[in-house]
Design a protein around this ligand. Structure first.
Ligand SMILES: NC(=O)c1ccc[n+]([C@@H]2O[C@H](COP(=O)([O-])OP(=O)(O)OC[C@H]3O[C@@H](n4cnc5c(N)ncnc54)[C@H](OP(=O)(O)O)[C@@H]3O)[C@@H](O)[C@H]2O)c1
Length: 313
């Protein structure tokens, strides 16, 4: 009995030590990425990576914020979204404020027919240093897969916008980067790719695809001078999240994009913003995945119930 107690004691101590070590590693890594490395300017050199930055979903939210931050760094900007009116307005805003050249391409990424030849023609011959695959769409509210309204259309819509756009834009832009042996591809996935997210199954899985694609590509092309970064944000104040007020854990898109851009070249996979990285680290390292999956399910059930109740009133 005494031997069993002593054995349990040492196993407990070893597990506690392992947890402390993981805690310390996580903390040091965060301090480096969001503190020291930023101060010492250890991140990617945006000035030498090419003249143009291409951003999909660039007229609102996170995409617009990346466009602004890259223009602030002196990049000429190609903005891609659906509405020409919004594109022209944002392009003018950016050109006026940062004295850079802007170009717009109005396409709907939910259609695959013909849009990629339109984009290829519009970006032909440009020295593209940065591609931000940001465009994305989510569910109106958390719902059981089979109960999603208009599921027949939602499936191709989500796959075309969230997955197909990332792969096709990469196919269009990467050859030029490889030829010049320099370039940065930033793929905006989501924290829902960190752990399977019930009642947001299509969205969560589409973002896991983006995350895996980015990580594999980064390993494939790193030795050829290309950086591919997977970005996994939690909530950011945008139309998509329907969050209106910024707080420490729900930043405005400008704060988010600034923080995330500073991690390029330091982290190939990041939640992009210190509070989000801490949250990501807790749900992937500290909590067991079955517990996180259960918490997410219960939380999404609550959001679903609230949404349906409001809709019924
Ligand atoms: N906001 C968050 O809390 C959050 C969290 C995690 C991950 N993300 C990811 O971050 C990315 C940006 O999200 P956001 O919240 O910034 O979105 P947002 O504010 O809704 O902006 C979406 C942008 O994409 C464009 N767009 C939407 N559908 C399009 C389509 N079918 N074809 C072409 N352009 C389209 C919109 O412009 P038009 O309407 O003019 O086309 C707009 O410029 C997404 O990939 C999203 O999954 C967001």
């Amino acid at each position: 009995m005494a031997a069993l107690c002593s054995c349990c004691y040492w196993i407990g101590m070893a597990l506690a030590a392992l947890l402390c070590l993981r805690l310390a590693c996580g903390l040091l890594c965060a301090l480096w990425t969001f503190g020291l490395a930023r101060l010492l300017r250890f991140g990617a050199d945006f000035s030498s990576c090419g003249r143009w930055a291409v951003i999909t979903g660039a007229t609102d939210g996170i995409g617009k914020a990346y466009a602004i931050e890259l223009a602030r760094k002196g990049k000429d900007i190609v903005l891609i979204s659906r509405s020409q009116e919004k594109l022209s307005k944002v392009a003018l805003e950016i050109a006026d404020q940062f004295h850079v050249v802007t170009k717009t391409i109005a396409v709907d990424f939910s259609n695959v027919e013909g849009i990629y030849s339109t984009i290829a023609d519009a970006i032909k011959g440009l020295d593209i240093g940065i591609l931000v695959n940001n465009v994305g769409t989510s569910h109106t509210y958390p719902e059981y897969f089979l109960d999603i309204a208009d599921l027949n259309n939602v499936i191709p819509h989500m796959i075309n916008v969230n997955i197909f756009s990332v792969v096709k834009m990469t196919q269009l832009v990467l050859p030029g980067m490889v030829e010049r042996s320099r370039g940065i591809i930033i793929n905006i996935a989501s924290a829902t790719a960190l752990i399977p997210c019930s009642l947001l199954s299509l969205y969560s899985a589409s973002k896991a695809y983006v995350d895996f694609f980015s990580r594999a590509l980064d390993t494939e092309y790193r030795s050829r001078g290309i950086i591919v970064q997977s970005v996994l944000p939690f909530f950011v104040v945008t139309n998509m999240s329907r969050i209106k007020k910024a707080s420490l854990d729900k930043p405005d898109p400008g704060t988010y994009a600034q923080a995330a851009l500073a991690t390029v070249g330091l982290r190939s996979r990041t939640c992009g913003y210190l509070p989000h990285s801490i949250m990501g680290w807790i749900i992937t390292t500290i909590l067991p995945s079955f517990a996180t999956e259960k918490i997410l399910l219960e939380n999404n059930k609550l959001i679903r119930a609230r949404y349906l109740k409001k809709k019924a009133q």
